[in-house]
Design a binder for this molecule. Sequence first.
Ligand code: ADP
Ligand code: MG
Length: 630
Amino acid sequence: MAKIIELDSHVADLIAAGEVVERPASVVKELVENSIDAGAGIITVEINAGGMTYIRVTDNGCGIAPEDVKTAFKRHATSKLRGAEGLEAIGTLGFRGEALAAIAAVSRIGLLTREAGAAEGLSLSLEAGQVVDISPAGCPEGTTIIVSDLFFNTPARQKFMKSDRAESSAIASTVLRCALSHPEVSIRFIRDGKQEYHTPGDSRVDSCIYNLFGREFSAGLLAANSSDEFITVTGFVSSPAAARGNRSYQFFFVNGRSIKSLTLQAALEQAFANTLPSGRFPSCVLYITIGLGNVDVNVHPAKTEVKFVSDKQVFDGVYYAALGAVESQRSKTPEQHVDTDKSKSTVWAQKSPGTGAPGAEYSADSGSRFKTMQVDEFRSKYASDNSKSSNPAEQTSPGYPAPGLTPDKSNSIPKFPAPTGFPASLEFPAPTELPVIPDSGFDKAPVRVIGEALNTYIIVEYQNGVWFIDKHAAHERIHFDALRSSGFEPMSQALITPVICRQGHEGVSLLLENGELLEKLGFSVESFGDDSVAVRRIPDEIDIEDAEHVLSEIIAELSHGYAPESARHDNILKSIACKAAIKAGKASDRRELEALVARVMSGEINECPHGRPVAFEITKATLDKGFKRI
Ligand code: ADP
Ligand code: MG
């Protein structure tokens, strides 16, 4: 008997569904994308119980013709692609013809649809992909799809679902991305009977952002634009002062599609490299428009990743748009923040015939506020200061990855500039291994604290050398060890007024689900609206103004997926220790420095909790050699 058989279509659909419909949020994403592709101007999404029992998506789009209705639910059935050549220039969000078939295979579906101008509509019911009823129906123009009892016939998949709250937060953030990606469409999101948000659909990016994220977020944004013959980038980046502790507010859209991309992330962050300390991340809502032939969207079943023909050009477009925004803020044009003054705003142009890409055209008006700076113009303006340090062209090629991802060289010792007349180079060897810090000899030999350089490094003379100590790294280690050795039952301080921290839907959901762990660490947080938490207690070690940052870092830690609790615990303690430690760049009291030196020189501490060295020595011999004494 033959061992190889062709799977029947139902099994094939279930397998495909595993890829396309990973969780309720993926169902919602596909349905909303279909509505956008159908030219809808208004879309309503309603869910109950994290989308597991009920998902409804209603649109006022073009509807589905009666003769197409059954076909729409077949695998590889699409109206958006006619042949292989079309794959090279996909302008719609959908094209694989898989979503409806995949969703239908694992749920019960009710569909109501009426084409524009048709006398009546049609109702269709399916169960596990099989049509159970089809009949004429009176309904408004457009389409409504109701998905009930998701995964009812695939219990194995059900087991992988998280709590209702986690699933509905994932849906909230998916719909939010869809709403941001198409400001010309009005999107309403209702969760368990309550409206969460509603975008106006007036084509204005700023009002869309304002409706979704509120006044404070909007006020921290700067307009970012660049364009050349290859790529147009428009939108907003956060001002450096509004940076966050994680990347949950970085949104990138390529030709109207929300995507994840390390290249774009690195380009954005590189533009902030000189303005943000490590651990702080810019937010952005950036729209990238690029020729359809220069981007391949067919590389991921859920279409959340794309490939660019030229990563470098895309990198440059985003980098210069973001850098222009940061630089223009430095030259003090405060009115570049988003506001709701409708007269001078960035406008998302309506679908323009011929591009094939819904919303792919995006324009800034000619008002002074959002002047578009051409990439070439920008390059010549900033070429001189970028050519040495932050020119991405230099750092990214050859050998991508992008500069944000290149190894951190901050541990190597800088070359001192050599003034004329001095030896050509005074170069100290970089420590190749972690420095060995004296332990036993400390109490015998005297340690002389010379002082502090750059408000960051303590300089110490000890035996036959000069030691440099990173005061922040050392102090961070001391705190970390103390927190850990106390078994970390931290003292926590109750806040008289709770601090409200906006952390995004998924962030809030992670914090609330890990309430117990947070309690152990000295935090007490409660839900406050859909995307914020109210912080009532924080560990004694940190200041109120650092609470939001530490929570952001905790979210970043929790969102890494599974990790043993002890590892998580340690990583969170590191964030707290880092905030509790004296800051580099701020002057310290002499006694404070001496106490630190004593701890470091006793050999108690070798590296900071993140593994960076806290001290290294330049021996007298090295100095003598540099000065050609020997
Ligand atoms: P794809 O979007 O990749 O074409 P889908 O399985 O998502 O595949 O949808 C199949 C087809 O059903 C679409 O190509 C479209 O013609 C039709 N369709 C789906 N949803 C809608 C809708 N909301 N309005 C109009 N047509 C729709
Ligand atoms: Mg689709």
